[in-house]
Every structure is written in C-alpha cells, then in structure tokens.
Design a protein around this ligand. Structure first.
Ligand code: TRP
Length: 324
C-alpha cells in the first residue's frame, strides 16, 4: 500500500513538472500585460480604468489568468524608456501604451511583443504605424482624433466674432501638431489668424498663456499631454483675462476649459481592451485596423461660461454634456 502511494505520488510529481515545463499549467498560462501611461491626468486615468474593467468583464482578471504591471512615467521620457525596457526584458505577452509618447517609446524597444496603443491622436504622424487600415508589424490601437474644424465651428457659435486664435501646445507632441495643422487650415479658409505659444514643459505654461491673452480672442488647446496636466492654471489665467479656452478633450473642460467637441474616453478604453483580447487570443496586431472614435459630443463648462459672462445658445446647451 505504502509503495503504491509513493508510486502515485512520484507519477503526479512527474506529470506536474511536465505540465509546468510545457507551459500548460495554470501558472504558465498567466499572461503578463504591461500598461504604461505617460502621466497622471483624468482622461488617461479614465482610459486605463476602462481598459482594466473591460478586460475583467471578458474574463481576464488581474492576479488570476492575467497579471497586469501598471507603470506611470510621471511625465519623464527617461522613465518611459526604463519602463518599456523592463517590459521587453521580462518578455511580457502584451504591452498597452497609453498616449502618444508612451506608444512611441515602447515601439522603439520591440518589434516582437504585441503593442496596443490607446488614445494616440495621430498614430501615423507620430510614426507609430504607417497606415490606419493595415498597421502591419506588432502594433495597433485606438485613436482619439478630433476635428479642429468642428471645435472651431462650435467656438464661433458660442463666441461669435473670434478673429485671432491663440494655439497653446507642446511642439514635440505630434498628437498636438496634427490638430494644430488642421486648425491652421481651418483658419486660412475662414479668414482667421492663428498665433502660437508653444511649450516644452509644464514650467513654460503660465508664461505662454500670459503671452496669448493679450493678443487673441480665444485660446485653442489640442489634445496635448503637457498642457492638459496644467489645464487648471491655463483655464484660470485665461478666464480671469476674459478669454475663452476651447479644448480637445472633455477632461480639459472639466478642468475649466469652456467647451469641446470631443470623444468619450471610457468607450475608447473599452475598444482598446477589445483589441487587446483579440491579440491575447492569437490575432496579429498588424492585421487589426486602428480604431477611430466616431461618436463626438459637446462638453461645456457652465461655471466657466458664467465667469466669462457668456450665454451658451440654447440649441447647443440642449445637446451638450455639462461638466461642472
Ligand atoms: N491623445 C493624446 C496623445 O495622443 C493622449 C490623450 C488622451 C490626452 N486624452 C487626453 C492628452 C486628454 C491630453 C488630454 O498622446
């Protein structure tokens, strides 16, 4: 009897080590997912939370059948690089890169590990993919592209008479540059003038806003990570000076910007997670087209409107989401 037990024990041990070696055991099946986010701000947090929620809703639970390693680069490019290198060195199964700088950095570190980017406004312009329809390689993801034209049409309905628009953005963020190019086109076609104030870090922002309030009728902020992280300062300074700030994302309206025609970042997070799941199930990222968000909504900060003494037209208010 004793002998029998030890034989069974030996067989069981042998079998479990074979399973472990072949990667068929429970532990071997746990996929490692790295999530890298450029910095802490409301839109990006919303995206990340929504991704994790949607993964869970589809049966991918952190600590159970997947392991999520979330890292925030605190707006430092050197941190982005260190984080990306760690993900690659540890041979993660999938990397989710939130915002353009994260995606650019991760892409530079690996041609093999699948990368799903999230909320990259202009992934082609940023050199992350060569085509939206057929990204190719190990990369695909979601874009939060918005229309400068739609935002400007809204701006001119809310504050008619705008002639000069101050563009506030970080010149080294391709996600901003592409929207500002659209803004310049729109301005050119509509007899408006764009004056620019570019920043390289949040430290430049106060001065940049000051320079614009004196010479523009409205300020336009694209979906810029650097400006978004100091959006409260931008809104406060401009509003005090009586200048409306039109922005690219809902979180910037929440932080005091007057209005946007923007996308829903919770939905974008969900779409990002769906792509991640397709890839976890074996699909090649390069074969999945980049997903653009087609539903846009008007977001208004009513408190900012009152401070500026602006009455938002009723037809706009009735379809807008009020964010304060
Ligand atoms: N679209 C930005 C990028 O491409 C990231 C982003 C998403 C963002 N939501 C935002 C930036 C809100 C500023 C504010 O990098």
């Amino acid at each position: 009897m004793k002998k029998m037990l030890s034989v069974i024990l030996a067989i069981t041990m042998l079998m479990s080590s074979i399973l472990l070696l072949s990667g068929c055991s429970g532990a071997g099946n746990v996929k490692k997912i790295g999530i890298v986010q450029i910095l802490e701000h409301p839109s990006l947090n919303t995206i990340r939370e929504s991704i994790i929620k949607e993964l869970e809703a589809n049966g991918y639970k952190d600590g159970q059948n997947i392991r999520i390693d979330y890292q925030n680069a605190q707006n430092e490019l050197t941190n982005l690089k260190t984080i990306s290198q760690k993900f690659v060195r540890n041979k993660y199964d999938l990397i989710i890169a939130i915002a353009t700088p994260s995606a650019q950095t991760v892409k530079n570190e690996t041609n093999e590990i699948p990368i799903i980017f999230s909320a990259c406004t202009d992934p082609v312009g940023a050199g992350i993919v060569t085509s939206l329809e057929k990204p190719g390689g190990n990369v695909t993801g979601t874009s939060d592209a918005v229309s400068a034209e739609m935002i400007m049409e809204l701006a001119r309905k809310i504050t008619p008479g705008i002639k000069t628009i101050g563009a506030l953005y970080n010149l080294s963020e391709p996600n901003s540059v592409s929207v500002i190019n659209d803004l310049k086109n729109y301005a050119g076609n509509n007899g408006l003038t764009v004056v620019e104030a570019t920043v390289t870090s949040t430290a430049d922002i106060q001065q940049a806003v000051n320079s614009l309030t004196g010479k523009s009728d409205a300020i336009f902020v694209p979906i810029d990570n650097t400006v978004a992280s100091a959006m409260k300062v931008v809104a406060e300074t401009a509003t005090k000076a009586g200048i409306p700030v039109y922005v690219g994302a809902d979180s910037m309206v929440k932080d005091g910007g007057l209005a946007t025609y923007g996308i829903n970042y919770e939905i974008l997070g969900k779409e990002t997670a769906k792509m991640a799941i397709e890839v976890l199930n074996g699909k090649n990222p390069g074969d999945i087209p980049v997903k653009l968000m087609t539903d846009m909504d008007i977001y208004i900060n009513q408190d900012t409107a009152s401070k500026l003494g602006i009455n938002i037209p009723q037809d706009i208010l009735s379809e807008a989401t009020i964010l304060n």
